[in-house]
Design a protein. Sequence first.
Length: 209
Amino acid sequence: MSSPRIVEAAFLKSAQSIADALPEEFSEVVFLGRSNVGKSATLNALTNRKNLAKSSATPGKTQLINFFETRYLYQESSYPVRFVDLPGFGYAKVSKSLKEIWQKNLVEFIRHRVSIRLFIHLRDARHPHAKIDNDVEAYISEYIRPDQKYLTLFTKVDKLNQKERHRLKRDFPGAIMISNIKKTGHEKVHKEILMAIFGIDASVDEEKM
């Protein structure tokens, strides 16, 4: 059985808030995480595009909601999905006023955007119990809809030793661990996306970390 893969990916638009966001024509996968967690690298790895998502040299500088059009191919069928990259949170050098604007815009977007079907929360595997990540997960869990799913994704797993990986799996049994450097874990993410949005069980071989 072939694995699901993205065959098309393109940047569509940047928006400051839900007010100037794209029409809700497609189901959306939202990527959120701290400013230095590797969201851009993960988006590029998932779509197999080197520069689809551009990371800022200064963490916390990217302030816009970025929309990407993607298309999956699985068993000769095509599945359009929109990826949404949210501004990174939790960077100390961002001014207080800007943080307040971010929070307002992001809260409105993630709470009132009907087309969001899957939240993918990227967390740094080296700091799995960071308070800000726990707070974000707890906050979204308060109002997540029955037709939405929340998925935890641990990045930079290649920087852990075997004992640390086992501990991470024990503490977060439902999470997916990926390495963008070693290109592991991405097929599991594709499987979760197709299941969450289209109800398709795209059975892929379990990747060994």
